[in-house]
Design a protein around this ligand. Structure first.
Ligand SMILES: [Mg+2]
Length: 318
């Protein structure tokens, strides 16, 4: 497969129409694409409506594991994007639960240790698992004599994702499970994202910082259930019955979203669209293009780019 090292800027209605003709299905990242924090990106709702009007398929694939699908449903409704249903949502807290059940074949009812925000706990519990750790109050204060540092031998997997409650007790208790029994309990990491674009122009630490902290501390690797994992992309394509050759990934992060679309060979090798409304700026894109032209490594270079999906909606306005 050859991939062009110069992405196409979608600058006209004709170019957009060409793109809409090429793809039947659209996979959206959320943070930096649909919203920034609690603010909807202008025009995002209009672009999604445009896809609905044109009978296009779509789904939301976010590496954010903090919120469950139910929480995302409320967020979409609050931001004024109607008719989003649970089957369109793939946050990595849900993909972690799918991994535990479908790939690792952990029997329902088993105990799973969680280091992360509530979304992971909610999705595992909805699937039928018992969760330990997470926001247990015993983890809030340092107490190295606490019984919570004793390994429960019935725990069958450890899931780690972003948490706003990262502290020494949570690190220490999770470490016991990751080291237990010659490091044999499966270790699932919800994503590898270093940062995400927060409110007020802030760059904030994302789940990958927590996952890699634990991987480094325990000196072991993890199963990545977020983008750019092609295994997870395969599960979504199958679940949604999306034709790989007719699917476009839209995201704001080169090493997760764009790499996922490229590594997954979406759109017959041209299946990634970068938006500049999140963490990646034009100069970052240029740096990657320059690097690709030098090294021949094209997996981070998008097929297309545009300021935001709101700009796409504007191009098509009558
Ligand atoms: Mg993003």
């Amino acid at each position: 497969m050859t991939r062009k090292t110069n992405p196409l800027y979608i600058s006209s209605r004709n170019t957009l129409q060409h793109v809409l003709n090429l793809y039947d299905n659209f996979l959206f990242d959320c943070d930096g694409v649909i919203w920034l924090g609690e603010a909807l990106i202008p025009g995002a709702a209009e672009f999604i409506q445009l896809l609905v009007d044109n009978n296009k398929g779509f789904a939301f694939v976010t590496n954010n594991s903090s919120n469950s699908r139910n929480t995302y449903l409320r967020k979409f409704a609050k931001l004024g994007i109607p008719n989003i249903t649970k089957d369109l949502l793939y946050p990595t807290c849900y993909s972690a639960a799918l991994e535990v059940r479908d790939q690792l074949k952990v029997p329902l009812g088993s105990k799973i240790w969680v280091l992360g925000d509530h979304g992971i706990e909610e999705e595992l519990q909805e699937m039928g698992y018992t969760t330990l750790g997470c926001n247990d109050p015993k983890l809030d204060h340092l107490d190295l004599d606490s019984c919570i540092l004793e390994v429960d031998p019935d725990v069958k997997a450890v899931v780690v994702g972003s948490t706003k409650e990262f502290n020494y007790m949570r690190i220490s208790s999770t470490l016991q499970y990751l080291l237990h029994n010659d490091k044999s309990i499966p270790f699932i990491g919800c994503n590898i994202d270093r940062t995400y674009p927060g409110p007020h122009g802030l760059t904030l630490p994302a789940g990958g910082s927590v996952v890699n902290y634990m991987a480094y501390t325990a000196d072991r690797d993890f199963i990545n259930v977020g983008k750019p994992s092609t295994q997870f992309l395969d599960i979504i394509l199958q679940d949604k019955q999306f034709d790989r050759d007719k699917t476009l990934m839209i995201g704001d992060t080169l090493y997760t979203d764009i790499k996922s679309g490229n590594d997954g060979n979406l759109g017959d090798g041209r299946g990634s669209l970068l938006v500049l409304s999140g963490g990646t700026k034009l100069k970052d894109l240029q740096k990657v293009i320059d690097g690709a032209n030098g090294s021949g490594e094209h997996d981070l270079v998008p097929s297309y780019y545009i300021e935001s999906i709101g700009h796409l909606a504007k191009l098509i306005e009558p």
